[in-house]
Design a protein around this ligand. Structure first.
Ligand code: GAR
Length: 203
């Protein structure tokens, strides 16, 4: 059975591109991106979707009286597209409780730091400013907290003496583009089991 995926984005969409590429090259099989949803009208990610013939939708949060109504519209798009799995690929908003309830353990986020360190926005800057010697990225299921859900995969990268935030962010991004597709593949193949906080990888 094909897993129908929705990808939520806010910007550049390089992580979206890594998922598209890994479906097209068949690293991830039996999966399809049914829809890409953005909260930003001119996000380049929307153009990437269109370039690959994927349905793209802009939902403007300011068109709605509140978060609940905004997310109700997202949920309608997810239902209309029979979505099984939601990916947050550079989506810069917290997911509300109704959406989490409907898609419990079926929403996956990529975060550019080694959680539980440096949650929230500008994680690479936070790590750089703190002076850590290693950083990295985390793919995790989304729960009600901010970047607190069960961890699926993490990858470390060194922080080098001559790094700037940009060079560090690029080194992390390179690993994001590996572990996000890897996590999606595991999910699609039914190999992830969530036991409390622990995600078990089954063979
Ligand atoms: C990525 O580094 C992603 O990990 C991060 O935003 C960037 C989006 O890049 N996400 C967060 O910070 C979420 N809190 P992209 O649009 O090129 O995928």
């Amino acid at each position: 059975m094909t897993t129908n995926i929705a990808v939520l984005v806010s910007g550049r969409g390089s992580n979206l591109q890594s998922i598209i590429d890994n479906i097209e090259n068949r690293y991830i099989q039996d999966a399809k991106i049914s829809v890409v949803i953005s909260d930003v009208g001119d996000a380049y990610a929307l153009e990437r979707a269109r370039n690959h013939g994927i349905c793209d939708v802009f939902i403007d949060p300011s068109d709605h009286p509140g978060k609940k109504e905004y997310e109700n519209e997202i949920m309608k798009v997810l239902e209309d597209n029979d979505v099984d799995l939601v990916l947050l690929a550079g989506y810069m908003r917290l997911i509300g409780k109704d959406l989490i309830k409907s898609y419990r353990n079926r929403i996956i986020n990529i975060h550019p730091a080694l959680l539980p360190s440096f949650k929230g926005l500008h994680a690479q800057q936070q790590a750089f400013d703190y002076g850590v010697k290693v950083s990295g990225c985390t793919v995790h299921f989304v729960d009600e907290g901010m970047d607190t859900g069960p961890i699926i995969i993490q990858k470390c990268v060194p922080v080098l003496e001559d790094d700037t935030v940009e060079t560090l962010a690029n080194r992390i991004l390179e690993q994001e583009h590996r572990i996000f597709p890897e996590a999606v593949k595991l999910f699609v193949e039914g190999k992830l089991k969530v036991e409390g906080r622990i995600v078990v990888h089954r063979n």
